[in-house]
Design a protein around this ligand. Structure first.
Ligand SMILES: Nc1ncnc2c1ncn2[C@@H]1O[C@H](COP(=O)(O)OP(=O)(O)OP(=O)(O)O)[C@@H](O)[C@H]1O
Ligand SMILES: [Mg+2]
Length: 283
């Protein structure tokens, strides 16, 4: 793949911050008012001569503005497909998705979506720091170096900032991808199993950092995880999906305050949330 092709591909996956774009304050205010609405969405992959693959079937849920929504469901059920639809990378076969009053495709054009794919997709010829800075370069915007430095610190990679991706472990690459998704302070953050390759302690630390960043910025987020505990720790609203084509089995809200959740994994309330999710997954 050529440099231009790769950078184009990454550009498809990364959209940049409201703060750094030229959109008017009015447009920004409109977007900030928005919840992410998935409205009766179905999606089938059409593969030409082969029969199409139905991945999403009449899925309906809302992630309120500034909230963190979590998708859990069996492998292959359609979670990544839903995230790609929410990112405006594909259009639903049926139904619609909106962020506030606009479509994900429009939000992408406004460069307000941050996306970390299941596969980190780093550019091998760029250092860690330059990978995190990439969204600014693609949008031809000045790099917010102090924020990039802070993000590298948060994901524990300051000392690795000048290394290339091939020198990193899988979990470290995931952390670069997370930092890159956050680099330009997007209005909508879409994270596909962002902590899957991390050890438990690093994972817990990053969970809490993510909550801190989201609370500080008011960013709306939709995240995929296979961990029920992580879903309860992070999610304000958890959507349990069936096997493919995924339908919504349960929408479960976690009302406890985010900043109280880190210490609360042994509480009755935490365990009750986990039990409810496990029961729905098994049903
Ligand atoms: N580009 C594609 N073309 C055809 N089918 C696809 C494509 N991408 C995904 N699928 C199919 O859609 C279904 C849902 O895939 P998806 O990647 O959304 O699942 P997932 O829930 O994210 O799984 P996992 O938990 O393993 O990541 C699968 O059956 C998969 O084979
Ligand atoms: Mg997936």
């Amino acid at each position: 793949m050529s440099v231009a092709e790769s950078e184009h591909e990454v550009q498809m996956s990364i959209d940049v911050t409201a703060a750094a774009t030229a959109a008017s304050p009015k447009v920004r205010a409109t977007i900030r008012e928005g919840a992410l609405r998935i409205d009766a969405v179905s999606y089938s992959y059409d593969s030409g001569h082969q029969p199409g693959v139905a991945a999403v079937d009449d899925v309906d849920f809302v992630v309120p503005r500034g909230a963190l929504g979590v998708l859990v469901g069996p492998s292959g059920c359609g979670k990544s497909t839903l995230l790609r639809l929410a990112a405006g990378l594909m259009e639903p076969t049926l139904g619609r998705i909106a962020f506030g009053t606009i479509t994900p495709a429009e939000l992408r054009k406004q460069r307000r979506i941050g996306f970390a794919f299941q596969d980190p997709g780093l550019l091998s010829w760029r250092s860690v720091r330059r990978n995190v800075e990439l969204p600014f370069d693609l949008a031809k915007l000045p790099i917010d170096r102090s924020w990039i430095g802070e993000l590298l610190e948060i994901v524990g990679l300051s000392e690795w900032a000048d290394r290339r991706p091939r020198e990193l472990s899988g979990g470290m690459r995931q952390r670069v991808s997370l930092a890159r998704a956050l680099a330009t302070r997007p209005d909508l953050l879409l994270l596909d199993e962002p902590f899957g390759a991390l050890d438990e302690i690093t994972r817990s630390e990053l969970n809490l950092e993510l909550l801190r960043i989201l609370s500080a910025t008011g960013t709306t987020c939709l995240l995929v995880t296979h961990s029920v505990e992580e879903a309860v720790l992070l999610g304000d609203r958890i959507v349990v999906l069936s096997s493919r084509p995924c339908t919504v089995k349960l929408v479960h809200d976690v009302p406890e305050a985010r900043d109280a959740r880190g210490a609360s994994r042994d509480t009755v309330a935490f365990l009750d949330h986990c039990r409810a999710l496990r029961a729905a997954l098994a049903a």
